[in-house]
Design a protein. Structure first.
Length: 222
């Protein structure tokens, strides 16, 4: 956060910043039959701007354009957004009926909800890490197939160096096959910028649970 209370946009991941995927939004909207083709050059121009407050504001305007867009004439599909219009297009149907035990249903719903919460909290550790990054990390730390949580002690500098080399090798193979795209170049530029502003307070690239976290399957007291 800057001294003015605004984010340091260049430090934000692309998935945290709507403006990073404007052309994806545009293409998807076109495929969904939204009448925004006249804004194509605006989308292209804003998408090329640096990640900052101005781009955010312009991106928000384009988000409104998408949200308020009408369907183009001649669009071959009926995809309404209003509930009653959706219901009007439904075919006759009947739900299968299953017996419900009133004595168990509350406990079943509670268990499902707690399970979802646990899954979200435990999954946060590796959120955003791709399979080709996660599996080498798990193998490097003797946790593949995964049989326990990821410990903070797993994240050593040696492990991170090995993983960075794996990522570099994979990137080189992709570039050799497909070439470097403009998006790659932008990503590299952002990464270089982040590297120059990192401090000792920068969190570890791979977040992890405490060293004394229980292994998978052990009860959690409290």
């Amino acid at each position: 956060m800057s001294k003015y209370g605004k984010p340091d946009y260049e430090k934000l991941h692309d998935w945290e910043f709507y403006g990073s995927y404007l052309m994806t939004e545009y293409q998807q909207s076109i495929e969904e039959g939204l009448d925004i083709a006249s804004y194509k050059e605006v989308f292209e121009a804003v998408s090329k701007l640096p990640k900052d407050e101005i781009k955010k504001r312009l991106s928000d305007v384009l988000a409104d354009v998408v949200a308020e867009a009408k369907t183009v004439e001649g669009y071959p599909y009926q995809e309404p957004s209003e509930l009653e219009a959706i219901r009007a297009l439904r075919k006759p149907y009947a739900y299968a009926k299953y017996p419900v035990d009133p004595a168990k249903i509350e406990d079943q719903i509670h268990g499902a909800w707690v399970g979802r919460i646990c899954g979200c909290l435990l999954g946060k550790t590796v959120e955003g890490i791709r399979t080709n990054e996660l599996i080498p990390f798990l193998k490097e730390t003797g946790n593949y197939p995964m049989h326990r949580y990821i410990y903070k002690s797993d994240v050593t500098q040696e492990t991170l160096d090995d993983l960075n080399q794996v990522a570099e090798d994979a990137k080189k193979r992709i570039e050799d096959k497909f070439g470097t795209t403009e998006a790659d170049a932008a990503t590299e530029k952002n990464a270089a910028t982040e590297e120059t502003v990192e401090t000792e307070e920068t969190p570890a690239p791979v977040p992890a649970v405490p060293e004394d976290a229980p292994v998978a399957g052990e009860p959690i007291n409290g």
